[in-house]
Design a binder for this molecule. Structure first.
Ligand code: GLU
Length: 488
């Protein structure tokens, strides 16, 4: 599709906690859509729910976007022509339009007490047109009474007057036309008794005032959209285009919940992925595929390639299952693309966290050896601990298969030879081993396999000579002698 500079999309998180992985996917799809069409991508903080507000959450959201490289064009910090971008700083707009809705007869003041509401819930279930007529509100009470109540009490709310027995159609870019029966929709509170707007009012007022062209958000908001459509209509505004992204499903079935995720070892928050050492571009790549498909076999995308390939009509409507193995697979490719220096830099904090000290050169050597064998950077240490400390045990199957009667003698002879070398590098350890094999008239494998077992505790791993060189002379010799003692 040709570029469309009138495209303006927003990511509109509520700062109620750390940014969730599903939130990052929503941000990503908005970003991709904006960049694809040369449009604007806006960050708007929806912080009108003071009860659920969490300080620090906004910073977390911004840091997550910055870590992943999803840059936005307008937002609370850098500002923009449509600011401010924090809803708590925009309340006068919401009041203005709430009043307009009341004056147009499309919303009303409601004075019901908590007890009355409780009773209502018990008898009717919903606050809709049929109950509205029995309640105390500006539709049922005489004007003077309404004036008096408005003057006297702060305890009123403004509710949307949802028409009865109508069908509201939502045109969704992903789902097509979705119809809602208004009997299913309650008279949504738009302004709460504390004077703060609810999400619904603030959200549509801002989408309108900020010239948002497309609302791209999670499926959980689909059921709110008919209310929004009614409000756009009441205010005489053209609604934006809507696109509701498919649910992220748990491998156990059902929507991926925090609880489920925890049980399955799936990180929930973006910061968790960061701490677990995932590459931001791999995470984005994985999230892009969690709902969108490029229509080809291609699965690995850099961010600019995703922008190029993205379109909303390749986003599916049905839920997509979260697959951690897939993420690890994508991440593995990102790890391979790193320079050894970059991998070493990423791995260093994890190495230090485990209590190991290692200089830059050595860490780079280790990274070079394991780069193609790991899926996430921390595995430089967690899956390759023998570079940092002697193995405590020897892999049983490996011993069974590789530790032969002559292994002890050969290994001791090899250790003696290594003791005598001046330079301990890949070439010398290899030359010494091959010489010894010739001398003893055995194949190189007869020494290679026991040496690997002795030094790493395992029968597999990176090239053995590089491994020995990286472990270092003294440690290699010690470990070989120790293995002989342990394995006989
Ligand atoms: N503040 C809502 C959220 O936290 C925004 C939903 C929307 O994009 O309209 O997800």
């Amino acid at each position: 599709m040709a570029s469309d500079p009138s495209v303006r999309v927003r990511f509109a998180p509520s700062p109620t906690g750390r940014l969730h992985i599903g939130g990052l996917r929503t941000a990503l799809y908005n970003y991709l859509f904006a960049r694809k069409h040369d449009g604007d991508f806006i960050l708007r903080i929806e912080d009108t729910d003071r009860a659920r507000y969490e300080s620090g959450a906004e910073d977390d959201i911004r840091e997550a976007l910055s870590w992943t490289g999803l840059g936005y064009d307008e937002g609370p910090e850098q500002g923009g022509a449509y600011g401010p971008y924090r809803q708590s700083e925009r309340t006068e707009h919401y009041h203005e339009y709430a009043r307009e809705l009341v004056e147009a007869g499309r919303a009303y003041y409601a004075f019901d007490t908590e007890e009355e509401l409780d009773e209502l819930r018990e008898t009717h279930g919903a606050y809709d047109g049929s109950t509205r007529r029995q309640m105390r509100n500006s539709l049922t009470l005489p004007d003077e009474e309404v004036e008096r109540l408005l003057d006297e009490s702060d305890d009123h709310v403004i509710r949307l007057k949802v028409p009865r027995q109508e069908s509201v159609r939502v045109e969704d870019e992903i789902r097509g036309t979705v119809s809602f029966d208004t009997s299913e929709i309650d008279d949504q509170v738009l302004v709460k008794s504390d004077g703060m707007p609810t999400y619904h009012l603030a959200n549509i007022v801002d989408d309108h005032l900020m010239d948002i062209s497309h609302v791209i958000r999670g499926e959980e908001w689909l059921s709110s959209t008919p209310k929004h459509v009614l409000m756009y209509d009441a205010l005489g505004w053209e609604p934006p285009a809507f696109a509701h992204l498919p649910l992220i499903l748990s491998p156990n079935g059902g929507k991926l919940s925090k609880r489920d995720a925890n049980e399955l070892g799936i990180p929930v928050y973006v910061t968790d992925y960061r701490e677990a050492g995932y590459e931001p571009e791999a995470l984005l790549n994985f999230l892009a595929l969690l709902g969108w498909s490029p229509g080809t076999e291609e699965e690995l995308f850099a961010l600019d390639e995703m922008v190029e390939a993205f379109s909303l009509d390749r986003v599916g409507a049905s839920g997509v299952q979260f697959d951690l193995d897939k993420l690890r697979w994508v991440n593995e490719h990102s790890v391979r693309d790193l320079s050894v220096e970059a991998l070493a830099e990423k791995a260093r904090p994890y190495v230090e966290d485990e209590g190991y000290e290692v200089d830059d050169d050595r860490l780079r050597t280790i990274c070079g050896l394991v780069q193609d064998r790991i899926q996430v950077a921390p595995e430089v240490v967690t899956e390759n601990r023998y570079f940092f400390e002697a193995p405590e045990e020897y892999e049983e199957a490996g011993v069974e298969k590789r530790w032969k009667d002559e292994s002890a003698d050969l290994l001791l002879a090899y250790a003696d030879r290594l003791e005598a070398v001046d330079t301990f590098d890949t070439d010398t350890v290899e030359a010494e081993l091959r010489d010894l094999a010739d001398e003893k008239d055995v194949g190189a494998g007869a020494i290679i396999h026991p040496a690997r077992l002795a030094v790493s505790g395992r029968s597999y791993g990176p090239g053995v000579f590089g491994l020995l060189a990286a472990v270092g002379k003294d440690d290699c010799i010690q470990r070989m002698r120790r293995a002989v003692e342990a394995l006989g």
